[in-house]
Ligand binder design. Structure first.
Ligand SMILES: C[S@@+](CC[C@H](N)C(=O)[O-])C[C@H]1O[C@@H](n2cnc3c(N)ncnc32)[C@H](O)[C@@H]1O
Length: 203
């Protein structure tokens, strides 16, 4: 059985996740990711956030969007989903937000169900990054946009030792995995400091 090693920790952290310095850092990364996603995909109708945590990205997108997009978050930690549902209660009227418990490696959605799939600071925690990316590709509609934001930089090569030796923490490794999953037109963008970057890719 696949071991989802960091999920219990996130489950425990969920109630205070958006507080303090770390909460502000995640909010900033989320805001920059939303800006990047909307610059390339200005009016998505169906959006999936993989490893959505407390739902910050989808709330941010709901705030920025026109129209009534369908916004769906999936996360492995039950308490994150509970928090996301509670915090979404103050959403912009018209936006349709839903949160589902599940893992990136087995997304509970049909093929081509979304035109924008995004993930922020979750990929590094996935038990099977290759399998998770294949699932993101599967649920993305033809012509859709994938945005992957996380710790990924050539500067992180020295961290690829010990229990993190299999992680795709450099653009070279992550680009290889994206290509293996069937993504095309991979481009890298600096997002935050030098180590948080985002890849955009299409089907
Ligand atoms: C650092 S938090 C990021 C949350 C949110 N995306 C954000 O930017 O604030 C990482 C999240 O990924 C989730 N996660 C870890 N492994 C996962 C997996 N295999 N599938 C889905 N979610 C996962 C955790 O439960 C946690 O909520």
């Amino acid at each position: 059985m696949t071991r989802h090693r960091d999920v219990q920790d996130f489950h425990d952290r969920a109630p205070g996740y958006e507080a303090g310095y770390r909460g502000r850092l995640h909010a900033d990364i989320v805001a920059r990711t939303a800006q990047l996603a909307l610059a390339r995909c200005p009016a998505p109708r169906r959006v999936l956030d993989v490893g959505c945590g407390t739902g910050m990205l989808l709330r941010e997108l709901a705030r920025r969007f026109g129209g009534s997009p369908q916004l769906v978050g999936v996360d492995a930690a039950a308490a994150m989903i509970e928090q996301a549902r509670a915090l979404a209660a103050n959403r912009r009227p018209g936006a349709r937000l839903a949160f589902v418990r599940g893992v990136a490696e087995r997304l509970p959605f049909g093929n081509g169900a979304f035109d924008l799939v995004a993930t922020t600071t979750s990929f590094d925690h996935w038990a099977d990054q290759r399998g998770g990316l294949a699932e993101c590709r599967r649920v993305l509609a033809p012509g859709g946009l994938f945005v992957l934001a996380d710790v990924c930089s050539p500067w992180l090569a020295p961290t690829l030792v010990g229990t993190r030796r299999d992680r795709a923490r450099t653009p070279l490794r992550a680009t290889r995995l994206l290509a293996a999953a069937g993504f095309r037109s991979v481009e890298w963008h600096r997002l935050y400091a030098v180590i948080i970057t985002a890849a955009t890719a299409t089907t």
